[in-house]
Design a protein around this ligand. Structure first.
Ligand SMILES: Cc1ncc(COP(=O)(O)O)c(C=O)c1O
Length: 461
């Protein structure tokens, strides 16, 4: 890719975007005076500049120039009930009438904890924090405290937030990541020390035999194995066959704490991916949707491990946070889970699965060989003709086509992730997923001549 034809298609979409987002352009210009690159969240930035949003309502978002979009990104899966759900807003408003943030526990945290423990098979006890990053960071630390070991095993391409131990082999390039049998631990940019790298052992997701070998090689030193049940940032890659069950067995056998990072996958069933795939980890790190639009992280697990945090014990583990279990988040979280009934989850999962099937049919109709991965309400398009089953196969997707399709969808009123991830929120119906399909068809039909010319391997033979 990257030929003159690609540049022509890209310029056309960029010019459309510049024309539609003039106010966002001036806001970005101003932002660059005070914020490096004009933003403060790496994942939300794209060139030439991201559109500034001003309002969200259900599944709709509106930008500073008055453009409207159907939101299939939902703050990266965290807004499972869309924007400003009236029940959540009411709960937050009620909460604000009594107490906002406080240096003492409130009854709300007991209520919220009880609901979570009731729903998630692995969660007997829970701690609250303010981000998924803190959740995985604490999961790793408590696993070390529990086992007395120091290393962690993580999947290549797995994303667990932005603390140092998570910033290893998230997006390594193919030429630096070493053989599949022994992936190298690659720092995610500068600032990650060799000490960290020496303690993070990387394994390839969905490759049972290789994973087994790596786990066995490191069993004496590995405190934990952390994994997303469905690989999110790598492109919503589902686990193969019994891979999660195998991880459960091999970790139990080797005294390694199994941590499921359910920051994204908690939405898959009433009890998260662990219930969906019927595999129970020792610890669950999560966040996102539980906050109902407010910041949250949570770490739950078996009582024997979680009790290490109890301040009633000698040598307990410290885990403070000024806004941990803040009453506003607790109120929004309780309202969110009360709304998230089995029926609501079945609805979004079924909309997501149907959309995935329809997208595949659309690719057939247009003569493309392109992949769609995902589970339930989560999906991801990949511009590769090869099956996507791990991080390395996800790298085969054409990044330039990815970006072109992203911008084309945005210009046509559908907001997804630049990596082509989409997810369904509960206010949506088949009307919105059909609109998604219609716009996808329009965008793909438009770029078909480009694909035929510059990426013929994506065309059916
Ligand atoms: C699987 C996974 N783990 C951890 C995180 C980090 O969560 P947060 O952004 O709340 O720190 C994310 C965020 O996208 C995630 O997708």
């Amino acid at each position: 890719m990257g030929g003159t034809l690609y540049n022509r298609f890209l310029s056309e979409e960029i010019n459309k975007y510049l024309e539609k987002t003039k106010k966002s352009f001036s806001l970005h210009k101003k932002a660059r005076e005070f914020l490096p690159g004009g933003d403060t969240r790496t994942v939300t930035f794209f060139k030439p500049y991201p559109a500034y949003t001003t309002r969200g309502e259900g599944y709709m978002i509106y930008d500073a120039d008055g453009n409207k979009y159907i939101d299939f990104l939902n703050n990266y899966t965290s807004l499972i009930h869309g924007h400003r759900h009236p029940v959540i807003i009411k709960a937050v408003k009620e909460q604000l009438k009594s107490i906002q943030a406080i240096h003492a526990p409130t009854e709300q945290q007991i209520k919220f904890a009880e609901i979570i423990c009731d729903r998630f098979p692995s969660i007997e006890m829970v701690r609250f924090m303010n981000s998924g990053t803190e959740a995985t960071m604490n999961a790793i630390r408590v696993a070390r405290a529990y086992t007395g070991k120091r290393k962690i095993l993580k999947a290549e391409g797995g994303y667990h937030g932005t603390h140092d131990y998570a910033m290893v082999s998230v997006h390594p390039s193919l030429n630096e990541c070493g053989p599949l049998e022994h992936p190298k631990s690659i720092p995610e940019g500068k600032g990650i020390t060799d000490a960290v790298l020496s303690e993070v052992i990387v394994f390839p997701f969905n490759h049972q035999e290789i994973t087994e070998k790596i786990v066995r090689e490191n069993r004496e030193e590995a405190a934990a194995l952390i994994v997303e049940p469905v690989m999110g940032v790598s492109g919503m890659i589902p686990p193969k066959d019994d891979y999660l069950k195998f991880l459960r067995e091999i970790t139990a056998e080797n005294n390694i704490v199994l941590i499921f990072d359910e920051v994204i996958t908690a939405r898959l069933s009433r009890g998260g991916a662990q219930e969906y795939f019927k595999v129970t980890p020792d610890l669950t790190a999560s966040g996102k949707m539980f906050g109902g639009g407010t910041p949250i992280g949570l770490l739950g697990g078996i009582e024997e491990i979680m009790q290490l945090y109890s301040p009633e014990r000698d040598n307990f583990l410290s885990q403070s946070g000024t806004f941990n279990a803040n009453p506003v988040t607790m109120a929004a979280g309780i309202a969110t889970l009360n709304l998230l009934t089995v029926q609501a989850i079945e609805k979004i999962n079924s909309l997501g699965e149907t959309l995935k099937k329809d997208i595949l049919e659309l690719f057939d109709e247009l003569g493309f060989q392109i992949q769609v991965t995902g589970v339930g309400s989560l999906l991801n398009i990949h511009f590769t003709s090869e099956e996507v089953l791990d991080y390395r196969s996800s790298l085969k997707a054409d990044k330039e086509l990815n970006f072109l399709l992203y911008l084309s969808m945005l210009n046509r009123g559908i907001w997804i992730a630049p990596r082509l991830m989409a997810n369904i929120s509960t206010p949506m119906s088949s009307k919105e997923t059909e609109k998604f399909l219609e716009i996808l068809k329009d965008a793909l039909t438009h770029i078909k001549p480009l694909i035929k010319e510059e990426k013929p391997d994506l065309m059916a033979k």
